[in-house]
Design a binder for this molecule. Sequence first.
Ligand SMILES: Cc1cc2nc3c(=O)[nH]c(=O)nc-3n(C[C@H](O)[C@H](O)[C@H](O)COP(=O)(O)O)c2cc1C
Length: 150
Amino acid sequence: MVQIAYYSITGQTDTFIQKTGLAAHQIEDAHPQYRMGSPYILVVPSYQDFMMDSIVDFLTYQDNKKNLIGLIGCGNRNFNDLFAQTAKKISTTLNVPILYLLEFNGTPLDVKNVRQIVTDLSEGEPTSEVTKPKELGKISFLSGYHDETR
Ligand SMILES: Cc1cc2nc3c(=O)[nH]c(=O)nc-3n(C[C@H](O)[C@H](O)[C@H](O)COP(=O)(O)O)c2cc1C
C-alpha cells in the first residue's frame, strides 16, 4: 500500500484524512523529521512559504524526497491563482505530479476520489477513472514513479 503523509495547521486537512479512513502519518511541527521509507503521497494545505518550514524539514529528511510519488493539494479557491500554491510549488521543485486538488476538508466526492487514487496507485494502476479538478489536465503520474534523477 502506498503510504500517506500530511500536514495540517488549522485542522482541515486532518479532518479530510480522517474522513478517508486511510492510515497516514501527520507531520508534526515539534519533530517534522520522520522517515517514510517507502513510496508515499503528500497531502498539503496551502500557506505562504514561511509557514511551511516543517514541510521543508520533512521533505529534506533522509530519502523522503526520493520516495515522494505524488501530491494532493488542499486550499481555498478564493485565493485564485494562489489556489493550492504549496502543492504546485513542491510539484514544480521536485518534479512530482499533483494527483488531486481539493478545498478545506473535502467533499464526499473528494473523499471517494482520493481513496480511488490511493488504491489505484497501490495497485500500480493509472487513475483514469477519477475526474480531476478543473485546474488539472490529464495526469500520467506513473511516468515519474521510478525516476532516479530527482
Ligand atoms: C493565513 C492563511 C493563508 C492561506 N493561503 C492560502 C493560499 O495561498 N492558497 C490556498 O489555496 N489556500 C490558502 N489558505 C487556505 C488553506 O490552505 C485552507 O483553508 C486549508 O484547508 C487549510 O488546511 P489546514 O486546516 O489543514 O491547515 C490560507 C489560509 C490561511 C489561514
